[in-house]
Structures are given as C-alpha cells and as structure tokens.
Design a protein around this ligand. Structure first.
Ligand code: 2HA
Ligand code: ZN
Length: 272
C-alpha cells in the first residue's frame, strides 16, 4: 500500500509534482537527471503517518536546520529522471521526515529512494521560508534553455539587467513575476557556496538564475514555482527570437511598464 492511500491532500501534492515534472521534460528543461524538486508536505501529514516506521535509519543532512525539525518533504530522488517521475512519482522520489535534531532525516515512503543531491540547499531554503513565516512550500531547480543561454552574456549578469529586459518583452512578465530575477554567479552544482548564494538572493526574488546552469524558484506550490520560471523563460524566448530575426527588440516603454505596475498594483507576491 502506498503512503498516499487514503491521504487525498498528500496524493494531490504528489500528483502536482508529477504533472510539473512532465512539463519540465516536455519543455526540454530536464535532460537526463537534470533538475530537482522538493515540496514541504507537512500540512498533509496525519498522526498515523507521524507514527509510521521509517524505511531507513537516520541519514545526515550535512547541516543543522532547526526550523524544519519535524517537517515532511516530498523530494525527487537523486539521479532520477523528471520524465520517469512524471509517470511514477513514488518510484523516482520519496517522502522524508526531518528528525527533531534538524540535522538528519529518515525516508518514510514509499521506497527508500535517496533524495536529490541538492537536498542540503533545498532544505536550507525551506528552513529560511519556514523561519520567515512564508506561505511558500515548494522549491524547483531546472534548466530552462533560453534563460541559461542568456546567462552566458556578462552584461546580463549585472544586477537586475536581465530581469528588467525580460519584464519589457511582454506585459505578463512584469504582472506575474514582479519581484524580478536574481542572478547567482557561477558556482559548482550541489556546492554549499551555490546554496548560500541562492539563500541570500531568494530573500528578495522568487526566481534566481544560476549563471550558465539553470534557475532556482520558490512558490506556494510546485505549479506556482513552475509558472514563475515559465513566465520568465517565455520572455527570454521572445527576446532571442527577435535577436535571431536580426534586430534588438524594442521592449515596452517605461510608461507602458508603469501602467502595468499601476493596474496590477505590483508587487503583490510575497511575503506571507
Ligand atoms: O540534480 O540539475 O544541478 C541535477 C541537477 C543538479
Ligand atoms: Zn542543475
């Protein structure tokens, strides 16, 4: 029997992860085992699940995160493919329980699938989100092609340059991603340095771009985090299509952008 059986909220949260994993694959953002997903599912957990025997002994997180003690997360499995997760989420990911020390976890279901290599960085962000009282429950790392391509241009890596450019490509970007785009300088994938730099910027942005690698986004649920990246990458695609037609896109005027800002009463994402 699956841990999801008779737990419709948990089942729905995992089904949404599977749906998003399918989109990531279809969009070409998830080659091989590329990308990671973690979702805080603590709200979907009942007493039976709290008392359920773990499938593993305690495993170290690698850092101490007091605010996530006792929380539960669905995590994509390390080395697993998004396209497989889309069809079989509980074979390509698992649900973990953080132990009271905030330094270790156990896997509770359905199989002892080892969580993502980026677990410490994802959990550091969840720890921050809980600590700050945020409503955000999901973290998504993926490889959106056009945004990564743009991050190979030094000029785009200046603070808020790329975010402003993307806002000006199509009104919806500003409307739906009003906090803009943070830029994290290149760091080794899975490194503590990358995690720390991401944590620093995710205080101000819902989406950050890891130079020459991918994006890291947070949201109320995984669909929300995906939407944020999708909105930015649509704008990046429009920019690159215009460039490939041989011209620099004009971009919306400041006046047009202010109008959007005014009508949509931005910013209205964040916090709590
Ligand atoms: O887990 O994308 O950056 C696969 C990755 C790591
Ligand atoms: Zn990656």
């Amino acid at each position: 029997m699956s841990i999801l059986t008779n737990r419709p909220d948990l089942e729905a949260a995992v089904a949404q992860v599977a749906e998003v994993a399918g989109y990531l694959w279809q969009k070409g953002w998830a080659e091989r085992n590329g990308g990671n997903i973690t979702v805080n599912v603590t709200d979907c957990v009942d007493d039976d699940l709290r008392n359920l025997h773990a499938l593993t002994g305690p495993l170290p997180i690698g850092t101490v995160l007091p605010d996530i003690a006792g929380c539960y997360f669905y995590c994509k499995g390390t080395g697993k493919r998004m396209r497989d997760l889309a069809r079989r989420p509980m074979e390509n990911g698992s649900i973990i329980r953080i132990l009271p020390d905030g330094a270790s976890y156990v896997i509770v279901g359905d199989r002892p699938v080892q969580p993502t290599s980026e677990l410490p960085s994802h959990l550091m962000i969840h720890n921050y989100l809980i600590h700050s009282g945020s409503r955000y429950k999901a973290c998504l790392h993926t490889h959106p092609v056009e945004m990564v391509a743009m991050s190979h241009n030094r000029q785009m890596l200046e603070k808020d340059v790329m975010g402003r450019l993307l806002w000006s490509m199509i009104p919806e970007t500003l409307a739906f991603a009003p906090l803009g785009l943070g830029i994290v300088p290149y760091r080794l994938p899975g490194s503590v340095k990358l995690a720390e730099a991401t944590l620093e910027l995710i205080r101000d942005y819902d989406v950050v771009l890891w130079e020459k690698h991918g994006t890291f986004a947070v949201g109320t649920d995984i669909m929300d985090a995906f939407d944020q990246v999708d909105v930015f990458n649509k704008a990046a695609t429009i920019y690159l299509r215009a460039k490939s037609m041989g011209f620099e896109p004009e971009g919306m005027t400041d006046e047009a952008m202010e109008e959007v800002q005014h009508v949509f009463r931005l910013p209205k994402r964040r916090p709590v």
